[in-house]
Design a protein around this ligand. Structure first.
Ligand code: SAH
Ligand code: SF4
Ligand code: F3S
Length: 442
């Protein structure tokens, strides 16, 4: 039987899509290969969020040409994911990479086994990209990366059209899964050893599930899942500040299984920039939300996404971002240089910020974020934290790594066989990106 290898670019949605593709292929009898070089079928699951994501993909794809030319039909190259949902990318592929065998998009991922069958029986290249998502396809298998934790899609697509962002064009309109389908999936996962689920959506706060017992919003869904025996932790990604409800903030207090961690992308600390980004909240509204969250759950950890150098961003507006970051005191933050995305409103603006200015601001922001992270992490020294153990750390033998309830990365020494268990760890040291400690034997 043929072997396959998937290279995944981009966010958790893509990571999970790759797990589903692997699940479907294994169900059909294909076997995972150890490396891209040894695989009979190579699949690239692409991301288009920033320009360097596009560039990296084309660069890596180019390296396969020689092998394809030498091995011809014995070697299959497939490309899919967010980039494929854009016509200019398809045009580039056709012109520069005509040797690619199979092309499909985000909406017809479930067709991969069929497209491969067609390729092998018809001996003809397969290109099928759907412009929009059809009915949600339920019941697809997934080959999870971890035995003890899993991603669970609760919705697809995005309706927000932030003016810089490509996602609404690559993932289509918002569609929510039925609550009972999600509950059934999580029950199956728990029966298979899963202790932690991460609920995925571009904006989970606008989840609207039409269930047998009527409508369920995001918080209703969390409570339904919390009732599942054996499930220990619930996380979610991502939460848009404009739709974050008081009901969800209450759930952080009332629901033990809901991890005390929130990723709340702010993007900018300037109300004017936020308006131009089409984010639909102000600096004041965001800060008010953070205050409410911290009042409800003082120990909560907060992370964010920030874009530096959005078109027209002035020095003062950037300083507003710095001040906001300082005021919130983020545990961590993903910082991005604004990147022009063809087809989005912000790409058409003529007041793009010069590259050097962007880089200079970016460095100042990263310095601030890192020093806050280090400070926040230092507060953990001396505390005992529950850690879900992911496995041995890549760097050292018998050093485990895992995550606290608040999503802090922890390294610690321990006996064999802790993977997938929740253990108590006394934190003894910290740095900018992680904590370290000693296991507490109970
Ligand atoms: N749905 C999520 C974000 C998904 S994209 C949300 O709204 O929070 C992840 C992050 O990429 C965004 O939060 C944003 O900070 C960043 N991003 C998106 N488009 C970008 C662009 N054109 N340039 C730079 N960063 C971008
Ligand atoms: Fe992009 Fe905005 Fe949708 Fe997030 S909410 S995916 S940033 S358009
Ligand atoms: Fe990238 Fe698509 Fe995710 S553009 S960030 S892989 S939704």
């Amino acid at each position: 039987m043929k072997t396959f290898h998937i290279t995944t670019f981009g966010c958790q949605m893509n990571e999970h899509d790759s797990e589903i593709m692997a699940g479907m292929l294994m169900e059909k009898g294909y076997a995972p290969a150890d490396s891209r070089d040894s695989a009979d079928i190579v699949i690239f699951n692409t991301c288009s969020i920033r320009e360097n994501a596009d560039k990296r993909f084309f660069g890596t794809l180019g390296t396969l040409k020689k092998r394809k030319m030498a091995e011809r039909e014995a070697f299959t190259v497939c490309v899919c994911g967010c980039m494929m949902q854009q016509q200019h990318i398809i045009d580039t592929l056709k012109a520069k990479f005509p040797w690619v065998d199979v092309v499909f998009g985000t909406h017809n991922l479930h067709e991969l086994p069929k497209l491969l069958d067609n390729l092998y029986t018809e001996k003809k290249k397969q290109l099928e990209v759907w412009p929009d998502g059809g009915e949600i396809v339920e019941g697809l298998p997934a080959e999870r990366l971890f035995k003890h934790k899993s991603f669970v899609n609760i919705m697809y697509g995005c309706n927000n059209f932030c003016s810089y962002c490509i996602v609404p064009y690559t993932r289509g309109r918002e569609r929510s899964r039925k609550p009972e389908d999600i509950v059934a999936e999580v029950k199956r996962l728990v029966a298979d050893g899963v202790k932690e689920v991460t609920l995925l959506g571009q904006n989970v706060n606008s989840y609207k599930g039409c269930g047998e017992k009527g409508q369920a919003d995001f918080t209703d869904l969390i409570y339904m899942l919390a009732d599942i025996e054996g499930l220990e932790r619930i996380r979610f990604m991502t939460s848009h500040p404009k739709d974050l409800s008081d009901k969800l903030i209450e759930a952080f207090k009332n629901c033990d299984k809901l991890c005390k961690y929130i990723h709340l992308p702010v993007q900018s600390g300037s109300t004017k920039v936020l308006k131009e980004m089409n984010r639909k909240y102000s600096r004041e509204h965001y800060l008010e939300l953070v205050k409410k969250i911290k009042t409800a759950v003082p120990e909560i950890t907060i992370s964010t996404d920030i874009i530096v150098g959005f078109p027209g961003e002035t020095e003062e507006e950037f300083e507003d971002t710095l001040k906001l970051a300082e005021e919130v005191g983020y545990d961590s933050a993903f910082t991005f240089l604004y990147s022009i995305r063809e087809g989005t409103p912000a790409a058409r603006r003529e007041d793009q910020v010069p590259e050097e200015t962007k880089h200079e601001r970016f460095n100042r922001l990263v310095d601030l974020i890192n020093s806050t992270s280090a400070q926040k992490n230092a507060e953990y020294v001396g505390r005992v934290e529950k850690v879900l153990v992911d496995g041995a750390s890549r760097s050292k033998d018998s050093v485990y790594e895992g995550r606290t309830d608040g999503f802090k990365l922890v390294n610690f020494l321990g006996p064999e066989g802790l993977e997938g268990k929740i253990v108590s760890v006394k934190i003894t040291d910290s740095n900018t990106f992680s904590l370290s400690g000693e296991m507490v034997r109970e």
